[in-house]
Design a protein around this ligand. Structure first.
Ligand SMILES: O=C(O)C(=O)C[C@]1(C(=O)O)C=C[C@@H](O)C=C1
Length: 170
């Protein structure tokens, strides 16, 4: 399998560091897909999503972030993860030779996702000023996304997921 490494590249601009963590989460979604593929386990886990979103809503307040906007951002991260997972499932079903040969432990991966949640919240705090200026934010997010796509060699599926994941940043 051509599993991609964790994002090592640095996306450009003031939203580069946030975008790097977003890309890292997309790569972890490859691992989630590998954990579920062939097990009969559904991609959607509404209870886990509910738990994650309740947690970020709670933590947003303490960090001085707008709770609704923060929840929307994480909803997008989850939607992007499902986009990656569905795309990989389809790819692996069509080309069994590309399917992963080892099955990571979903519980371990979820602890990685939890750590990424903390880093994403930190980045939302660090980028509040630029995200508050719509034009500057859109310029920054476009530059960060384009550079990440190139530097991290994102394929079409992961580029589409990155677009979804960054949809409510500004
Ligand atoms: O934890 C999982 O099972 C995932 O697939 C990850 C994730 C997420 O992005 O946080 C995505 C889809 C599920 O509905 C729940 C959570």
């Amino acid at each position: 399998t051509s599993r991609q490494p964790a994002a090592a590249a640095t996306a450009i601009g003031r939203l580069g560091p946030l975008t790097d963590v977003v890309v890292e989460r997309l790569f972890v979604s490859d691992e989630v897909a590998a954990a579920k593929f062939g097990t009969g386990k559904a991609i959607d886990d509404p209870a886990r999503e509910h738990h994650e979103l309740a947690e970020v809503a709670d933590r947003a307040g303490a960090l001085g972030l707008d709770s609704d906007r923060t929840v929307r951002f994480f909803r997008d991260q989850i939607a992007a993860s499902k986009l990656v997972q569905r795309g990989l499932f389809a790819r692996w079903q069509a080309h069994p030779g590309e399917a992963p040969t080892t099955r990571p432990d979903l519980a371990v991966i979820r602890t990685e996702l939890d750590a990424l949640t903390t880093r994403l919240l930190d980045q939302l705090v660090a980028t509040e000023a630029v995200r508050g200026v719509p034009v500057a934010c859109r310029v920054a997010v476009t530059g960060a996304a384009v550079s990440a796509a190139v530097l991290d060699r994102l394929d079409g599926l992961h580029r589409e997921a990155l677009r979804a994941a960054l949809g409510s940043v500004c």
